[in-house]
Ligand binder design. Structure first.
Ligand SMILES: NC(=O)c1ccc[n+]([C@@H]2O[C@H](COP(=O)([O-])OP(=O)(O)OC[C@H]3O[C@@H](n4cnc5c(N)ncnc54)[C@H](O)[C@@H]3O)[C@@H](O)[C@H]2O)c1
Ligand SMILES: O=C(O)[C@H](O)CO
Length: 324
């Protein structure tokens, strides 16, 4: 008998067909209030689930007695209670590496749009306010030859650093849990304390996972240390930033602008104060959202799911070592 699997996010047809060859699949393009109770019923029999964003906690796992694998179609796995999964012998997997270039491109886009005021000036043209050559009040700030401070110099962080160093002649500062020798040797990246990085950088880009340690990592004290000409970019998770502190820093001119891909609440409510600020560029959590990369992420998630159900080692496990 084929193992029962729930795919709870939209995946390409080709990926779904592959999974269906080996598994008995229930497919929800997304979980909604209308289908959630059906999903919970299916979960009691499921050996695998695949998708993005589902909160997998103790309560959910108590209903999922037959579960063997949770395959996340994301690299960040703050939605998973890893200790609870491990305690029950359930394998968790994610999709690192295949999205690094795309996410780094998105970060570069946020750096360029915030410093060069691209969105604001686009609006000015479209609103018919371009009457004469643009005056100093609309000038932006350079990106090239400035200092980029990366908090969380992991896979995405170093991919961004590579672009900034090679393409924009930027000086790279970084703060991380450990030294990144590759970045130090290849990009002359300089390891700093968080405080040094905040004080010196023209661009601060946050790329850590969301954990107990990184929750609220950027607060009043941290924004206070930044240069008034610096921009803040968040590509990690919304909860790594105290949004009230960010609003305060932007309102008081303590920083120049912010580029955000992630928010504490997603989708971010339309009346959120950050969205009405002229110096905030806001994206709808699209760091990895290109056709090519989302396709590759779904393929990798399927590889992980199928390997785990076949008793093989998945390509990108999270807690495999702790299970054995
Ligand atoms: N916006 C998006 O669409 C998008 C896309 C991909 C990743 N992300 C986020 O970016 C995160 C990083 O992804 P990655 O693949 O580069 O992960 P990674 O594990 O390769 O890198 C994360 C880095 O953060 C560092 N870190 C962890 N805790 C820290 C702390 N307290 N202080 C300083 N550094 C710390 C780690 O040492 C590591 O080097 C993901 O967990 C996810 O939350 C978002
Ligand atoms: O962690 C990730 O992969 C991105 O945030 C997409 O959700």
């Amino acid at each position: 008998m084929k193992p029962k699997v729930i795919v709870y996010s939209r995946v390409p047809d080709e990926v779904l067909t592959r999974i269906k060859k080996e598994c008995d699949v229930t497919y929800y393009e997304k979980l909604t209030n209308d289908n959630y109770s059906d999903f919970m019923k299916e979960l009691t029999e499921a050996e695998g689930v695949l998708g993005s964003g589902l909160k997998v906690d103790k309560q959910l796992l108590e209903k999922a007695k037959r579960l063997k694998v949770v395959s996340n179609i994301t690299v960040g796995y703050d939605n998973l209670a890893i200790d609870e999964l491990t305690a029950r012998g359930v394998l968790a997997t994610n999709t690192p590496t295949v999205l690094d270039d795309t996410v780094a491109d998105t970060m570069m886009a946020l750096i360029l749009t915030t410093r060069r005021r691209v969105v604001e000036l686009d609006q000015l043209v479209k609103n018919g306010e371009w009457k004469d050559s643009i005056a100093e009040e609309h000038f932006g700030l350079d990106v090239h030859h400035k200092k980029l401070g990366i908090i969380g110099m992991g896979r995405v962080g170093q991919t961004l650093a590579k672009r900034a160093y090679a393409g924009f002649d930027m000086e790279i500062l970084y703060h991380n849990r450990s030294r990144n020798e590759w970045a130090e040797d290849t990009l002359q990246a300089k390891y700093c304390s968080l405080e040094e990085l905040l004080e010196q950088s023209d661009v601060v880009c946050l790329l850590t996972p969301l954990t107990k340690e990184t929750e609220g990592l950027m607060g009043n004290q941290q924004f206070e240390l930044m240069k008034s000409s610096a921009v803040f970019i968040n590509g990690s998770r919304g909860a790594t930033v105290d949004e009230q502190a960010l609003i305060h820093a932007l309102e008081e001119g303590k920083i120049y602008a912010a580029g955000l891909d992630v928010y504490k609440e997603e989708p971010v409510p339309v009346d959120h104060p950050l969205l009405s600020m002229r110096n905030v560029v806001s994206l709808p959590h699209i760091g990895s959202a290109t056709h090519e990369t989302r396709h590759n992420m779904a393929q990798l998630a399927a590889d992980n799911l199928l390997a785990a159900l076949n008793g093989a080692s998945p390509p990108t496990p999270i807690n495999e070592k702790d299970l054995s």
